[in-house]
Ligand binder design. Structure first.
Ligand code: DX5
Ligand code: ZN
Length: 214
């Protein structure tokens, strides 16, 4: 299990130091939640902040775009140093075109689904996406409760991908902590995002280690 601390819960007055802290604590990815106040009822930050953060660590940046028209900003995120860019299936951009745009800029393309979106809806895009992000809370805020009823989506997508000879990474995001991680492991999740689970822990390295290996 790989762990991606969500910086939504970091101390942004020390963004650089927080990046170094998570790098040293063993983060496999740095999960960066971009929100526009339209796609979700919350606003966070955009490409300039990510660009400033890039100098502090070499850990891959996993950028989760909770924005209505991601196609307008893909180039900005590429220039800012994103490694993986994930868009939402429910956004207003052309999904196939935007995934192609992400890959053409040399990044990994991710596709995310909100809790109400069925797993099967990603099937048409499995040729273009490298990474599927299953939301285990309604996107918008950290610190919400894990929705265990989202877990069957993992098997549905993995099985379909396998039977079509496609390799896919499955990431889950929302409410993942020491209590809920075992369910994620059993379900076959490859990458777990954890915001409050890591940032509110006294010892981030111990929290990451526990999430990784149990
Ligand atoms: C929610 C974000 C998550 C969030 C997770 O919309 O996509 O990445 O920060 O936070 P926790 O782990 O606290 O649920
Ligand atoms: Zn996220």
């Amino acid at each position: 299990m790989k762990i991606a601390p969500s910086f939504l819960s970091c101390d942004f007055s020390k963004f650089g130091e927080e990046l170094v802290r998570m790098d040293k604590a063993g983060a496999d990815y740095i999960h960066l939640d971009v929100m526009d106040g339209h796609f979700v009822p919350n606003i966070t930050f955009g490409a300039p902040v990510i660009k400033w953060g890039r100098q502090y660590t070499k850990v891959p940046f996993d950028v989760h775009l909770m924005i209505e028209e991601p196609h307008r900003y893909i180039e900005d995120f590429a220039k800012a140093g994103a490694d993986i860019v994930t868009i939402h299936l429910e956004c207003k951009s052309d999904i196939a075109e935007t995934l192609k745009q992400i890959k053409a800029l040399g990044m990994k393309a991710g596709l995310s689904i909100k809790p109400k979106t069925a797993a099967e809806e990603v099937f048409p895009y499995l040729d273009l996406a490298d990474w599927i992000l299953i939301m285990t809370v309604e996107p918008g805020f950290g610190g919400q409760s894990f929705m265990a009823d989202m877990l069957p989506k993992v098997g549905i997508i993995k099985e379909y991908a396998l039977s079509h000879g496609k390799e896919i990474v499955i990431e889950a995001d929302g409410g993942i902590n020491a209590e809920t991680i075992e369910m994620c492991r059993e379900a076959g999740i490859d990458v777990a995002v954890s915001g409050t689970g890591v940032f509110k822990a006294e010892d981030a390295a111990a929290a990451i280690e526990q999430l990784k290996n149990g």
